[in-house]
Design a protein around this ligand. Structure first.
Ligand code: AMP
Ligand code: MG
Length: 490
């Protein structure tokens, strides 16, 4: 008999956990939902039935007005350090997990509505989302996916027809987010805060089974879990750094256990290279500046390790020793990933520690001369990399570095054509430049014009391909266009 075709499969494994970890909660109806975007290719992966796609029925589902009978909506509980201050109870204040869907390749994904109305965790918030942040998250999370970065994704965006009040009245919207799970470091913090060792072990077992089943095959599964999260996060953050991505709110509740990038609030891509770059209006001290991200990831992972201590050894001293040893690997793992990514950007196929100097000297040069990070690497990926000279003011120091780089490149047995192909696969021509994201948001929210939003969604699906007609999208903002501040907008 032929194997039956894979079909849409829904489960609710999170609800097998004790109900102290979530609250059943229905979405609150909205007035007049309308489509902003629907992601057909992601719907294909999830094998979502055709009637639930960009249809009337789909609109009811993704606005929360009429859920499908396979939805069992819950708001998940979590805690978290927000700008280093511990908040013991945060939770989904405006998000609802509808179901877990098993994709065509067997991967489990959460389907979550974000902005679907108040939940028991709303703490006075309205549970809603303005349209601007929904468009931002849709655009940037999908662009990050196309760039190859582990990330949550966007399946649908709908406007609600209702007004949400922030600093000003804004149109409301709801995003449907897809993630390997929404389990965060903050979720472990919440569980640890309940002071129930049996529950903690049960939860860790659930997470291992869901995300890191290989940990079950070693003598120290919980230590292996910690190590796996450290490795995943080190790789993700190294990838961010290699693209100039600045998350903006790396609170422990915004860092996943899976290693997926989550919560696209005030995030932004750096233009001119500078380690201290900060966009988020609420990050006044620059805690989450571009160059701080690896250190913050380690700080967050240390909070995760603290929650796992009771599982690492019955003797606290030994448990701390184990956790410390694991955390000490972060730096080397991060450095290895970062070096690989940065060396690839330079067309170096087999990097060694000696290449780190070439990389750091370049970054210093870019910083001194305020060179656009993305544009520089794309120029260097052309057949004539010397053309990158136009991006530099001080030509001598550029020439000096170029000569060193050319010597390094010629020492490998890679043809010029191979080098160009290799480099163009890792140095994007297109990134979600802040002024473009902002313009798409303004046009959509103020004029109801989705054309730029649609154009950007489309263009950013292929960030490594440069098309002559997309030249405008590759250029940094002019002084008049530059966006210096971004907002959570929650
Ligand atoms: P975020 O800044 O999006 O990571 O959110 C931090 C916390 O605030 C989470 O617990 C959110 O669920 C909650 N939150 C954010 N916006 C709202 C809102 N409009 N209504 C209720 N809770 C919210
Ligand atoms: Mg969050």
């Amino acid at each position: 008999m032929p194997a039956s075709p894979p079909r849409f499969t829904v489960e609710h494994s999170y609800q097998t956990l004790p109900d102290r970890l979530y609250s059943a909660c229905q979405p609150t109806a909205v007035t007049a939902p309308e489509w902003l975007a629907f992601n057909e290719s992601l719907a294909d992966e999830l094998m979502l039935p055709t009637p639930l796609r960009a249809t009337e029925q789909g609109l009811w589902l993704f606005s929360g007005n009429k859920l499908a009978n396979w939805c069992q909506p819950v708001a998940q509980a979590y805690a978290g350090h927000q700008f280093a201050n511990y908040v013991p109870r945060l939770g989904d204040g405006r998000a609802l997990l509808l179901a877990e869907v098993i994709s065509s390749n067997g991967q489990r994904f959460d389907l979550q509505l974000k902005g679907a109305g108040p939940t028991p965790y709303s703490r006075g918030g309205d549970g809603r989302s303005p349209m601007g942040p929904v468009i931002r998250e849709y655009l940037i999370s999908e662009a990050m996916y196309a760039l190859g970065v582990p990330t949550t994704r966007a399946l649908a965006a709908v406007s609600t027809g209702d007004v949400v009040y922030r600093e000003q009245a804004q149109p409301g919207a709801i995003l449907t987010r897809v993630a390997k799970s929404h389990i965060r470091i903050g979720t472990f913090q919440y569980v640890a805060g309940l002071n129930d060792p049996v529950l903690l072990r049960k939860f860790a077992d659930y997470v291992i089974a869901r995300h890191y089943p290989q940990c079950n095959t070693v003598p120290q599964p919980y230590l292996a879990l910690l190590e796996a999260v450290i490795t995943a996060q080190a790789a993700t953050v190294a990838h961010w750094m290699s693209l100039g991505f600045i998350h903006g709110v790396m609170n422990t509740d915004n860092m996943t256990i899976s290693g997926e990038t989550i919560d696209y609030g005030p995030c932004a891509f750096m233009e001119a290279y500078h380690k201290k770059t900060v966009f988020s209006a609420i990050d006044r001290q620059g805690r989450y500046a571009y160059g701080n991200q690896p250190a913050i990831a380690l700080w967050n992972l240390t909070r995760l390790a603290e929650t796992l201590l009771p599982l690492l050894d019955s003797e606290q001293v030994k448990a701390i020793e184990r956790a410390t040893t694991a955390l000490e690997t972060f730096s080397a793992t991060y450095q290895l990933h970062y070096r690989q990514k940065m060396a690839a950007k330079l067309g170096i196929t087999h990097p060694s520690a000696a290449d780190e100097q070439l990389i750091s000297d370049l970054l210093q040069l870019l910083e001194q001369q305020q060179v656009d990070f993305t544009l520089f690497f794309r120029e260097l990926s052309q057949h004539n990399p010397a053309n990158a000279v136009k991006l530099f003011g001080d030509i001598d120091s550029w020439q000096h570095w170029l000569t060193r780089w050319q010597e390094r490149i010629t020492a490998q047995s890679v043809s010029p054509l191979q080098r160009v192909t290799f480099m163009q696969q890792v140095n994007p021509a297109l990134i979600p430049r802040n002024h473009l994201v902002q313009r798409a948001i303004t046009q959509a929210t103020e004029q109801g014009d989705l054309s730029l939003f649609n154009q950007l969604q489309h263009a950013w699906q292929q960030p490594f391909v440069s098309k002559p007609e997309q030249l405008m999208l590759t250029q940094p903002a002019t002084a008049a266009e530059r966006v210096c501040r971004t907002f959570c907008g929650t």
